[in-house]
Design a protein around this ligand. Sequence first.
Ligand SMILES: Cc1ncc(COP(=O)(O)O)c(C=O)c1O
Length: 401
Amino acid sequence: MNKIIPYGRQNITQEDLDAVIQALVGDYLTQGPIIKQFEEAFANYVGSKYAVALANGTAALHLSALALSIKPGDKVITTSLTFSASANCIRYCGGEVVFVDIDPATFLIDIDKVETLLKNSPAGSYKGIIPVDFAGRPVNLERLQKVANDYGLWIIEDACHAPGASFEDSNGEFQNSGNGKFADLAIFSFHPVKHIATGEGGMITTNSFGLYNKLLSLRSHGITRDQSRFKNSIIQAGGNSSDSIYPGWYMEMQELGYNYRITDFQCALGISQLKRANLDLEIRRQIAKRYDIAFQNKKGLLSPSLEIDSNFKDNHAYHLYVLLVEDRLGLYNHLKVNGIFSQIHYYPVHLMPYYRSFGWKENDLPSVEDYYSRCISLPMYPTLTEDEQDFVISTILNYYK
Ligand SMILES: Cc1ncc(COP(=O)(O)O)c(C=O)c1O
């Protein structure tokens, strides 16, 4: 096969292009009505009450951390098996990152270990927890929320890998990632390798009206145009003492915010992509099934998506398809020579030089470190053809022959 096969890539259709062009020739490039349309469509997709679209997933994490008032020295729990932004948002606010190991069967934060940590710490030691729906497998948030509630912690679900994922709760109902039922806030990214691509882009979903308004303010410099919330008087704003309304131009900066806005033409692309989200998710699941069957019980290979806890039913969204393998470097290079560009997700965040500088070191999180020594992410995206899938499968099986 001559074509290069990446591990992930965006899919831009003619409909996407038409939607973006229409937005580009419209009245607003940014701060226009398409942003709200995307937010409403996305909230509807995941089943949350509110959604706030942002410049990227990292901005979504930063604003979530601010909205939940992380202060210098506050301890927040997260996983080391993630993109570093999940932890960095705690540091942006001066908080202390406490990594908890993963469950080796699911690769998700080990809820038993979270509970043990909280049980053995003085009351009030921890403020919150940021679980990650790694690879697209949803965290059992119902269980995690019970633990968090017992110790007064908030939850930010990092659902960047998991739009469309769901899990079955104790009432037998399926709960979508990011629907806000078991977490205060959830965040998503629309980077090109993600399920929905807007170039750069992100979203926060929530069911809290208070947090929603706070996020809208923080997204745009802490400025409000809502006169019912103004703090300065009409006269201070430049109006006359006889006026009952503020001057038309007046707006007020009430807190320190940022410019984390997304543009209208990116949101037009997001809306267009969202229309295919269920179809694309189905294709990802079909590809995963083919990989599962091909790699089942093969020497040197363990196919993690078969390792589902029988007491917990979930619908994986397959942002990534991860294999655990022997001789990972050899396989990675063998694939590369054959034009298949696999990836490794992730080098453990606690072993990054920045986090080592806080004292984190080898053997602190044995399950994450063991996972890292064997993991490899295979090509997984909706336009990966069956021939390409077969080529990936045969190239891997040949290596272990
Ligand atoms: C789990 C996770 N969290 C956060 C982010 C940050 O998103 P963005 O790249 O849009 O800033 C990513 C994206 O790579 C991610 O995979």
